[in-house]
Design a protein around this ligand. Structure first.
Ligand code: THU
Length: 139
């Protein structure tokens, strides 16, 4: 499943709208029912209105009533690189990590950062966002 998810993230990256940074990101989010929801980064002339690829995928899914997730693959890099072999790993930004925290179990949700289908690293959300604040603190 990791490889399939990475392939989908690399494909989603091709729909990135990044005319300002020229840094293209794709994400593929696996739901609890094994459906894949993809997202890309969407930039804006008013830079702060930019949305990251990971949040695009989460917001697409949540806006369709899906609240259960097991894994996300992320592939990102400058636009002038081979589409399926990126030079670096694109880790999720802090805001995206916090959005993941809202809907995912930090100890079981896995975050895959990929340079290609063969070259990737896997983390749990708690690796990337230790000692976090989430919905359980307000209940
Ligand atoms: N970006 C993402 O899509 N995900 C991240 O987690 C980090 C950054 C995007 C936002 C912006 O369009 C571009 O990468 C450069 O920051």
């Amino acid at each position: 499943m990791e490889e399939k998810l990475i392939r989908e993230a690399l494909l989603a990256r091709e729909y990135s709208y990044a005319p300002y940074s020229h840094y293209l990101v794709g994400a593929a989010l696996l739901t609890g029912e094994d459906i894949i929801v993809t997202g890309s980064n969407i930039e804006n002339a008013s830079y702060g209105a930019t949305n990251c690829a990971e949040r695009t995928a989460f917001f697409k899914a949540v806006s369709e009533g899906i609240h259960s997730f097991s894994m996300i693959a992320i592939a990102g890099g400058p636009e002038n690189e081979p589409k399926d072999h990126l030079s670096g790993f694109a880790f999720p930004c802090g805001i995206c990590r916090q959005v993941m925290r809202e809907f995912c179990d930090p100890d079981t949700f896995r975050v895959i950062v990929a340079r290609s289908v063969e070259d990737y690293q896997v983390y749990t959300l708690s690796d990337l966002l230790p000692e976090s604040f989430g919905p359980d603190h307000l209940s």
